[in-house]
Write a protein that binds this ligand. Sequence first.
Ligand SMILES: Cc1cc2nc3c(=O)[nH]c(=O)nc-3n(C[C@H](O)[C@H](O)[C@H](O)COP(=O)(O)O)c2cc1C
Length: 190
Amino acid sequence: MLRIAVIIGSTRPGRNGEAVAKWVYEIAQKRGDAKFELVDIKDFNLPLLDEPMSPMMGQYTLQHTKDWSAKIASFDAYVFVTPEYNHAMPAALKNAIDFLYHEWVNKAAGFVSYGGASGIRAVENLRLVMGELQVADVKAQVGLSLFTDFENFSVFKPAPQQEQSVNAMLDQVIAWGGAMKSLRELSAVY
Ligand SMILES: Cc1cc2nc3c(=O)[nH]c(=O)nc-3n(C[C@H](O)[C@H](O)[C@H](O)COP(=O)(O)O)c2cc1C
């Protein structure tokens, strides 16, 4: 069965990201077609990238990088839960992505975003980065508005139709995650 990480992309105290990611995880848990895990970047205490070699070399010297690498390498696909900070993804998420390279390659990804404009621009920003990492990012995405899916911009109350959007995105992540897994297995043979 595919292993899929639901990654919490924000790290600040009082973040909305935790409630959003838990909601995505709970919806995912009701499905029987993949194994899901909640992954919190915050738990890995990553400083600003401090490895001497490029992650493309895969020669990690620091324990926090080794721990993060082992966690990310263990998945076939990712769901990034991201807010929009100044029309982009949060620096903490970009930094966590930048720490690694081969762990992401030939995997699949989907996005759940939130913000004043539903975090759409953060996802566009993430899609650029996914291209460089050779991650197959799916079209279906979930956009949550601070105005209609939260109370007072801070209490998460998703509109009822959003659960359906999560499942539509997960359908594609699972399909593409399976295809990319086959590709990785083929590349290992040839
Ligand atoms: C540094 C910063 C920049 C932000 N920039 C934007 C923005 O460009 N567009 C937007 O819609 N919301 C923006 N927001 C609002 C956030 O999307 C909103 O506060 C969200 O809850 C932040 O996610 P978090 O609570 O998980 O940290 C910004 C918030 C912060 C803290």
